[in-house]
Design a protein around this ligand. Structure first.
Ligand code: ZN
Length: 648
């Protein structure tokens, strides 16, 4: 099995998952195929929806003599006529629904192996939401034991070890950690169907996050039994890679249509609110009049079109860097889901999500409502403002939200203030919270769109952050001439260079406290763009140390800048340490692959600039991280750092 990250946003990722029967792009959906009764054949699914991977039930195959013998003879791929990757389920869910069914946990794994399943599943113990913690504990103990036994029988098959633990996050986490110790390559999160059926989305989020926190990040995660697109964006943002859908068929049989915002009964619809190939060629009254079998087929097709379309949208949102927006918009369509988003505000969850959050994105940040201010990237900014931002002056003059960048919008007023005194901080009480003008071109301040009027909750949140940032200092709210008159002239009229303040502030926010001392400790020359007047390149003692990117107002680190930071910051700050064997490749400018990474600064985030060093902490190159620390240390495939410049 090969699994590597190609792109990312939130804790979601686009990966290539390779099995013996081909490569699948994740996040992806496996339609459930009932070998006894296929509404749509897997072959047709591939043609119609581009289905890349499917799931079928080994318990159902094994139970039926004819199917069992045929599967053992020709293999599961020929049995259901699909040449792509096939996952098999073990019968866990059947034992949950129908009570005790006679199944030997090891036999069913052997059977899946023998019929040539690409991904076989252990027979885990389904943890129901209503069970006691003691019972849930016993359940995960047995599940882990069975996983340990099953691993010896898997052969070449990928073994899916399902995380259980009912609604108890600590048990979920424990189970995930125990299973990660086993040489397993695939982790479903099980026991969540009753949570989704009862719209208990807060519990669902808690279960996913607790499991993810305990799992090895380099392995695919499958939200078992999740087949409704309503929760796809959120589940992907939390790090789920696979879904499976029996919903398309089940809902079709019940005359129900799946939509990204929920489910509608065909009988209630006068018009089909959809443009899929089915809904474009038929009207609602015509669809209602079809024979039962035909109607089910058309509804099932519509359900799959919609489900696969939503996954395309999600993958596209990851590539564009606006997955959180999609999550928030989708959550707005269901009050239970909307409410459950509060689970993400818990500090532990924010901290965990922040680790996967990229440093900057391709697209501007859009406000969608009261959940936006709690996004990990904004949480990071507020945290860094307190921990990394260095105050230059004791007095802040505060302006309200304005057009961006703020220093252009308020340039006239700032000029008037600076003519009187130059030693004041200009602070914007923005819709993000406090933004010193030095940071106003850095992502996401300049690259964000908020409405003029905010919701009350966001207002309260930012005023809390503003108060925290400005306590213990003198703040003056800008009132035009009145403020200017009140402003006393300083005793020593020192002229501060606003450009130097700007590059210092950005460097500290981006590379850590004191980075400006390391980078600008000599004769600093700033080169600006002739066209835009914006800072482009920075030289220190004639050495080119940094470039400022026009797209996100952050620095690209040059090798001479890297040397300064390396000298100033002690190990492991900003470092990615690589194995001896990889050094010569990196020196030739090749990128760093995860399997060569020995260690990494825990503060580095995806798309951060980093110092590539050898085991003796000798600086070898400078590059841009694609993964965070825990990912670099666990992935066996794919790139960890894109090398930019190396010391030859
Ligand atoms: Zn449709």
């Amino acid at each position: 099995m090969k699994f590597e990250i190609k792109n990312r946003d939130a804790a979601g990722r686009i990966c290539k998952f390779t099995t013996e029967h081909g490569t699948v792009t994740t996040p992806n959906l496996m339609p459930v195929i009932n070998p006894n009764k296929m509404i749509i054949s897997p072959r047709e699914m591939k043609n119609l929806f581009g289905t890349e991977i499917i799931i079928t039930n080994s318990y159902i195959i094994k139970k039926n003599k004819k199917l069992r013998e045929k599967a053992l003879e020709i293999g599961v791929h020929k049995l259901i006529d699909f040449d792509g990757p096939i996952m098999t389920d073990s019968g866990t869910f059947q034992s949950y629904v129908y009570g005790d069914i006679k199944l030997d946990p090891i036999e069913i794994v052997k059977f899946q192996r023998d019929i040539g399943s690409d991904i076989g599943t252990i027979l885990d113990i389904f943890g129901t939401p209503q069970q006691t913690k003691t019972k849930a504990k016993l359940g995960i103990k047995e599940t882990v034991k069975r996983a340990q036994q099953s691993i010896h029988e898997k052969g070449d098959m990928i073994l899916a070890c399902t995380v259980q633990g009912s609604i108890y996050p600590d048990l979920r986490n424990k189970c995930a950690k125990e299973l990660s110790k086993i040489d397993s390559d695939f982790f479903p999160i099980g026991g969540v169907v009753p949570l989704m059926e009862n719209q208990r989305y807060s519990d669902l989020i808690a279960c996913i996050l607790a499991s993810k926190k305990g799992l090895n990040p380099s392995k695919p995660v499958h939200l078992f039994g999740a087949g409704h697109p309503l929760i796809f964006p959120l589940a992907v943002a939390l790090g789920c890679d696979f879904f499976d859908s029996s919903a398309y068929a089940k809902y079709a049989k019940g005359g129900r249509m799946i939509f990204p915002w929920g489910t509608e009964k065909l009988d209630d619809l006068d018009e089909l609110p959809c443009c899929c190939p089915i809904c474009t060629k038929i009207t609602a009254p015509e669809l209602k009049k079809l024979k039962e079998d035909e109607k089910i087929l058309e509804l099932a097709k519509h359900n799959l079109y919609v489900s696969f379309a939503e996954l395309k949208k999600i993958r596209s949102a990851i590539a564009e860097g606006n997955l959180w927006e999609l999550v928030e918009r989708r959550a707005s369509s269901n009050p239970y889901l909307f409410e459950s988003m509060r689970e993400l505000r818990k500090i532990d969850n924010k901290r965990w999500l922040e680790q996967s959050e990229s440093i900057s994105k391709n697209k501007a940040l859009f406000y969608t409502g009261n959940h936006t201010i709690h996004r990990p990237i904004i949480y990071r900014y507020h945290k860094r403002l307190i921990e990394r931002y260095e105050r230059f002056f004791d007095i802040s003059i505060v302006f309200p939200e304005g057009n961006k960048p703020y220093s252009n919008y308020y340039s006239e007023q700032i000029g008037e203030i600076n003519r009187k005194r130059n030693d004041v901080e200009i602070l914007i009480n923005s819709h993000f919270g406090p933004v010193p003008t030095e940071l106003d071109e850095m992502y996401p301040f300049s690259q964000s769109v908020f409405p003029k009027t905010l919701d009350k909750e966001t207002e309260e949140e930012i005023s809390k952050i503003f108060d925290n940032f400005t306590r213990d200092r003198e703040i003056i709210f800008w009132e035009g001439n009145r403020t200017l008159q009140k402003l006393s002239e300083p005793q020593d009229k020192i002229k501060y260079d606003r450009d130097i303040l700007r590059i210092s502030a950005v460097a500290n926010m981006q590379f850590g406290k004191d980075a400006s001392k390391a980078l600008f400790d000599g004769e600093t020359k700033i080169i600006k763009s002739k066209k835009t007047g914006k800072i482009r390149n920075i030289y220190c003692d004639e050495k080119h140390t940094l470039s400022m990117r026009a797209s996100d107002g952050m620095f690209t680190l040059k090798i001479d800048g890297a040397k300064f930071l390396h000298q100033h910051f002690k190990y492991p700050r900003l470092r990615v340490t690589i194995e001896k064997d990889a050094v010569s490749f990196i020196k030739q400018g090749k990128s760093v692959f995860s399997k060569f990474v020995l260690d990494c600064d825990p503060e580095l985030r995806p798309f951060d600039e980093c110092l590539i060093v050898d085991e003796k902490d000798e600086l070898i190159a400078v590059g841009r991280c694609l993964l965070n620390r825990s990912e670099m240390l666990s992935f066996n495939y794919g790139m960890a750092v894109k090398t930019r410049d190396s010391i030859v």
